[in-house]
Design a protein around this ligand. Structure first.
Ligand code: FAD
Length: 377
């Protein structure tokens, strides 16, 4: 009798990345964070295990795993170190998706295949200083000039930008503010990686501004159809939200496990603190919520694989998983008390890192608006 609700492929993905995390990531999770540097060695190793190709066909070096298998792998990486997981998901999905989606073999050969091998690092550039939740306010433009497009504008909060080999960039191309997506290679004149952003968490996932100042790129670097960027944006947002739900699950679950272990070990007033109901009930509530978050994510993943509309479900999964994971990390910090405040224990890092999952891919407020709209409100 099987003891797993997952398919063989899903279980294999989970086990592969759990082993990787336990052997390679957890023993140095603190050092990875404190180095505040791109974790290239582990990033490449995750690539060698097939992580970057999970959403892509064999033709480009991928292994075309199902959505749930992919999300289970993401959650395992997030248990190890959320910065590493964030860099890896940027590579496996957000930073590479539109190259694949464009269907241009020459670009897939030059950029997607090396990204899947971990040889080239990719990014996605949507956010601007005055266009965060409101991406309609984007002002970066791409104007046709003979055989080229010329990009002008500033993007911000771009994950992996300081180490990137290529940038997939949203820019305004139409009179009615229609958007298109472009591929810009690092080293292109007029592309400037600007100031780095110091963050409260995700220290090993580098983030910076990216400036386009008369940046000329060949017309062949238009990804997909001109002026259809808004449709593409909607398409990827559901995927980003599901991925972010998995990131939140991973960090929430490990925080809860650490808190449970500590509650059994730490003795006060003559018994393990986990025997006090104030502690055990709080952890029991968090465990129930985390399990519910996992089920929501799995349902949305199933819908994606059935090609059913899943914007509402992916948004629900991300909203619930990130808010729940934040509560789990907060409860863990309470259980650890002073040790939860100490830099030598990981709980403070979980609490700092998890906040990212409430922002990236849409804030909780924006997700509620999206869900309400999908409900017909
Ligand atoms: C660590 C990190 C990495 C990131 N990486 C990337 C990346 O690689 N590429 C990229 O393009 N972007 C990236 N982002 C940017 C991210 O997508 C945006 O930060 C996010 O979309 C929110 O935008 P904002 O921070 O400008 O907040 P704002 O849009 O300014 O929102 C501020 C507050 O107002 C609320 N709000 C806004 N509008 C409404 C409304 N209509 N109703 C109710 N409340 C509202 C928000 O919920 C929020 O609480 C990253 C962000 C972080 C933190």
């Amino acid at each position: 009798m099987t003891t797993s609700r997952y398919t063989e492929q899903e279980e294999a993905a989970r086990t592969t990345f759990r082993r990787f995390v336990e052997k390679k990531v957890l023993p140095q999770a603190k050092e990875i964070d404190e180095a505040k540097a791109f974790p290239r060695k582990l990033f490449v190793e995750a690539g060698e295990l097939g992580f970057f190709g999970m959403r892509y066909p064999e033709k480009w070096g991928g292994n075309e795993a199902g959505t749930l298998a992919y999300l289970l792998a993401v959650a395992e990486l997030a248990r190890g170190n959320l910065s590493l997981a964030a860099c890896c998901t940027m590579q496996s999905l957000m930073g590479t998706y539109f190259i694949f989606r464009s269907g241009q073999d020459s670009l897939c050969e030059r950029f997607l295949a090396p990204a899947i091998r971990g040889d080239k690092v990719g990014t996605i550039c949507m956010t601007e200083p005055n266009a965060g939740s409101d991406l309609d306010a984007m002002t970066t433009t791409a104007k046709e000039d003979g055989q080229c497009f010329v990009l002008n504008g500033t993007k911000t909060w771009i994950t992996s930008a300081p180490v990137a080999d290529f940038f997939t960039v949203f820019a305004v191309t139409g009179d009615k503010k229609e958007l298109s997506i472009f591929l810009v290679e690092s080293g292109t004149p007029g592309l400037i990686v600007g100031r780095s952003i110091e963050k409260m968490g995700l220290w090993a996932s580098l983030t910076s501004e990216v400036i386009f100042d008369g940046c000329k790129i060949p017309k062949s670097h238009l990804l997909g159809n001109k002026n259809q960027g808004r449709d593409y944006l909607r398409e990827i947002l559901a995927k980003i939200r599901l991925t972010t739900a998995a990131l939140a699950l991973g960090v929430g679950e490990i925080a809860l496990e650490e808190a449970t272990r500590y509650a059994n070990e730490r003795v006060q007033f003559g018994k393990p603190i986990g025997k006090f109901q104030a502690v055990s009930m709080s952890l029991a509530e968090r465990a129930t919520e985390m399990e519910a978050a996992r089920h929501l994510m799995e349902y949305a993943a199933w819908r994606e694989d059935q090609n059913l509309a899943n914007m509402k479900e992916a948004s629900m999964a991300k909203l619930f998983a990130s808010e729940t994971a934040l509560k789990a990390c907060e409860s863990a910090a309470r259980v650890f008390a002073s040790y939860g405040y100490a830099m030598e224990y990981p709980v403070q890092r979980y609490l700092r890192d998890v906040r990212f999952t409430l922002i990236g891919g849409g804030t909780s407020e924006i997700l509620k608006l999206v869900i309400a709209k999908e409900m017909g409100l």
